[in-house]
Structures are given as structure tokens and as C-alpha cells.
Design a protein around this ligand. Structure first.
Ligand SMILES: Cc1ncc(COP(=O)(O)O)c(C=O)c1O
Length: 423
């Protein structure tokens, strides 16, 4: 396939007719090499010290280590670097060793796993919880176990991939993003046709960075006898007076039917969870394949997460610093005329709508020591391809100013779309 690689996307290599998998890999390699030559592969950049506002990466061109202002991490409270979180992990490593040795069902169920299940359920004012080794597995595995042939999931168009991957055994109906009329229409259509009706939304949408209107969704669910499942991966630790996520923010804490989330963002580790009433959690402990056929989380990460949740609960000042950063960046991006969509969270899309310009912008920023993610089609529709910026609590004003100054500069240089902008 020799063609203008600027006009194709990852989607074009997902299935190549007549090509077996190794031939497909060779063709895809040509595509990758083209962008490597153009110095526009901003993915899988090697970081040498983990998540920090000033991160250390290996320059993709020279291979040399360099410092960059980093805006790519979802470690929102930057607890991955918190000494207490690290110490808790070290102590568990010493006490339990480096692995759990089996899945929770058949021998790998440590006391601290159960402590974490109790703690994350209590944090969310829910009855009980089950943990998983990833947030992805929490969603996909739980939905696969819950929703079957006679059931239906009713999903927002922008739910996370892990939700979609859980729906292979069931029926799927989509509603337009955050559009309550569209949701109601679907609910009416499915009202008497299925056994279990589960509305699934993200608390915070990972690309759009806006929030699901939980109160309205729950009211509709009640009216049409559906259940509500919320994936609050980006909400936990960030939203609500006590950091208990979008349910707290919308004053429906403990009231959704199913709440999932990840330990990989605010909770500074890796893994995921599902909270619900005890009977459902118990069922998942025997049917969710991503839990029962997968080794339990490591002792180190489990203990670190426990400490991170404790800090999230007890030190609101960390969250306040994150929100100070969010307000400052938002105000200034708006003033500079960038299209930041409907963001209400620590994630900022800078919508550009042109793959080539998105790539060039990310590359130029990286050359200037600023690390942001280019988000291209098919991750988002072509007309809204973008740069994606994530803030953490330890960013300082000078980091944000440096980002803003450079964004303004490259916007002029590359003629990026801006409304309200007067040169
Ligand atoms: C909304 C959402 N749900 C689930 C996940 C998956 O979580 P994890 O990275 O822990 O697998 C992500 C991950 O980035 C996410 O953004």
C-alpha cells in the first residue's frame, strides 16, 4: 500500500484484505517508518523516572535523556511520588513478596486485597467491591459476566473502549453523547424488550473531558426501570468535596447501581474495581473472567493504593492544588481563543481538526521541551482531532505559563484554529 501516509490512519491497517497477520505487520511497519523519519511518532516515548511535572524522557530522535514539562499523566494527585505511598509499597513488598502467586479465587487472595475491596467500597459509600488488575479488566470483565443475550446495554457514544469490549455477549444500543432526549428515546424503544437494561456512562469522558449528567440519567433510569453503571476512572480523587468522584459531585453518592473505576489515575497504582451491592459483587467473584482467571494484584501496588486512598480522603489540599491548576489553565486557554470543547475536568482537549497539524504541533512542542499527546483519528472523529493535556496537582504556575506561551507561539506559526483570537 504505497500512498500519502498523511491521509491514512491506524484504522486503515486494522484489517487488510488478503494479507495475513505477518504481511499486515510488514505493511504497517512502512507506515510507522514514514512517521519515524518525519520525527512525528510521539507515542511510546520512553520515560526514565515516571510521572512528574518535569519528566525525564529519552528524546525520540537523539536517544538522549532530556527534561520536559509533562502534560500526559493521569496521576492527578501525583501520589505515585508520595513518600508515604512509596513506603507502604516497600513494606508490603518486604512482608508479602513481589507477587500474589495466584488469582484471588484460588489462593492469591491476600488480606490486603480484601482490605482494599472494603476500603474502596466504603470510600464510594457502596456496599461492597471486587478488584481487578486493570480498570480495563474491571469494565470489560464485569460487563461480560453481567450482561447476556436477553439483556441490553444502553451506552453513551463516547464510553471508554473497555466498556465496549465488555458487550460482546449482549445487545447494544447507543445514545448521543450526553444527550438526554436521545437516551430517553432509546429507553422507550427497549422498555419491554429485554431482561436487564443497563445504562453505561463514564463519569468523566476521557477525551471530551466533560461529565455525564448523573442526576438526569438516574431519573430516566428510574422512569424506564433501567440500571445505571458509571465508570468513574477520571472522576475518583478529583471531583466532589471529598474527592469521591462524580457521584459525590452530583450528590448521588452510593446511589448508582454499579460503579467502576481504576487505581491507575488518582490512586497512583494500577488495577481497577467495581462497587455494587454485595450479592452482585459475590456473583462477579465467581463469574468475572478477568478476576478469576487472572493473578491478583501485587502486594506492593495493593498497599500503595490503600495509602493513596487514605491520602485522598485526608489531605484535601492536594486536590485543591489540582483544581487551582485546572482553573488557571482553563481561563488562560479560553483567553487565548483555543477550542477546548466542554472540558470540566483535569483533561484539556485543544481541538485542531487536522491530523497533520496535530502531529506537527505535538512535535514542535516536544522540540521545545513540552510533552503533550496528539489524539488522532480513529481515537476521535477527524473534525475534532486534538492535542490532549492532562494536569496534575504538582504542576506549578511556571509550568503552565511555559505551556501557554508555547501553545500561543505554535498556534501562530502553524495557523491553528482559534476563535475570538485577535492578532
Ligand atoms: C474512562 C476510562 N475507563 C477505564 C480505563 C481503563 O483503566 P486502566 O488504565 O486502569 O486499565 C481508562 C483508562 O485509561 C479510562 O480512561
Amino acid at each position: 500500500m504505497k500512498q500519502d501516509y498523511n491521509k491514512v490512519s491506524l484504522k486503515d491497517f486494522a484489517d487488510l484484505e488478503e494479507k495475513d497477520i505477518f504481511q499486515r505487520a510488514d505493511i504497517f511497519q512502512d507506515y510507522l517508518n514514514y512517521f519515524r523519519k518525519e520525527k512525528q511518532v510521539n507515542y511510546r516515548i520512553r520515560s526514565t523516572r515516571g510521572a512528574e511535572p518535569v519528566a525525564h524522557i529519552l528524546d525520540p530522535d537523539t536517544g538522549e535523556e532530556k527534561e520536559v514539562f509533562s502534560f500526559i499523566s493521569n496521576d492527578y494527585l501525583n501520589l505515585t511520588k508520595n513518600p508515604e505511598v512509596i513506603q507502604a509499597g516497600i513494606q508490603a513488598l518486604i512482608k508479602y513478596g513481589s507477587g500474589a502467586g495466584a488469582s484471588q479465587l484460588i489462593g492469591g487472595n491476600l488480606d490486603i486485597h480484601e482490605e482494599l475491596e472494603k476500603k474502596i467500597a466504603a470510600f464510594n459509600h457502596m456496599d461492597d467491591s471486587i478488584i481487578y488488575t486493570s480498570g480495563f479488566g474491571a469494565n470489560a470483565g464485569s460487563i461480560l459476566a453481567m450482561m447476556q443475550e436477553k439483556d441490553v446495554v444502553i451506552m453513551d457514544l463516547f464510553v471508554h473502549a473497555s466498556v465496549i469490549d465488555g458487550t460482546f455477549n449482549t445487545n447494544v444500543k447507543w445514545f448521543l453523547h450526553n444527550d438526554m432526549e436521545s437516551l430517553e428515546k432509546v429507553l422507550k424503544d427497549v422498555q419491554h424488550k429485554y431482561r436487564t437494561k443497563m445504562i453505561i456512562v463514564d463519569g468523566v469522558y476521557s477525551q471530551e473531558a466533560d461529565l455525564a449528567p448523573l442526576r438526569k440519567i438516574m431519573a430516566l433510569a428510574k422512569a424506564y426501570e433501567a440500571y445505571v453503571m458509571v465508570d468513574d476512572a477520571h472522576g475518583q480523587g478529583v471531583f466532589g468535596k471529598n474527592g469521591k468522584g462524580t457521584p459525590e459531585y452530583f450528590d448521588v453518592l452510593g446511589q448508582v447501581d454499579v460503579l467502576t473505576g481504576t487505581f491507575s489515575k488518582s490512586f497512583a497504582g494500577v488495577g481497577g474495581f467495581l462497587c455494587a451491592k454485595t450479592e452482585l459483587v459475590d456473583l462477579l467473584k465467581y463469574y468475572a473472567r478477568t478476576n478469576i482467571f487472572s493473578a491478583a494484584p501485587t502486594p506492593q501496588v495493593t498497599a500503595s493504593i490503600l495509602k493513596a486512598i487514605e491520602i485522598t480522603e485526608n489531605k484535601p489540599s492536594v486536590r485543591q492544588r489540582l483544581w487551582d491548576n485546572i482553573h488557571y489553565l482553563k481561563e488562560n486557554l479560553i483567553e487565548l481563543g483555543f477550542n477546548i470543547g466542554n472540558t470540566e475536568s483535569a483533561i484539556f482537549p485543544i481541538i485542531i481538526g487536522d491530523d497533520v497539524k496535530v502531529r506537527e504541533s505535538a512535535q514542535l512542542l516536544l522540540e521545545r521541551g513540552i510533552y503533550v499527546n496528539p489524539i488522532l483519528y480513529p481515537a476521535v472523529p477527524r473534525r475534532v482531532t486534538r492535542l490532549r493535556i492532562s494536569l496534575i496537582a504538582t504542576h506549578r504556575k511556571e509550568h503552565l505559563d511555559h505551556l501557554l506561551n508555547n501553545l500561543e507561539d505554535i498556534a501562530k506559526k502553524l495557523n491553528l484554529p482559534r476563535h475570538q483570537y485577535v492578532s
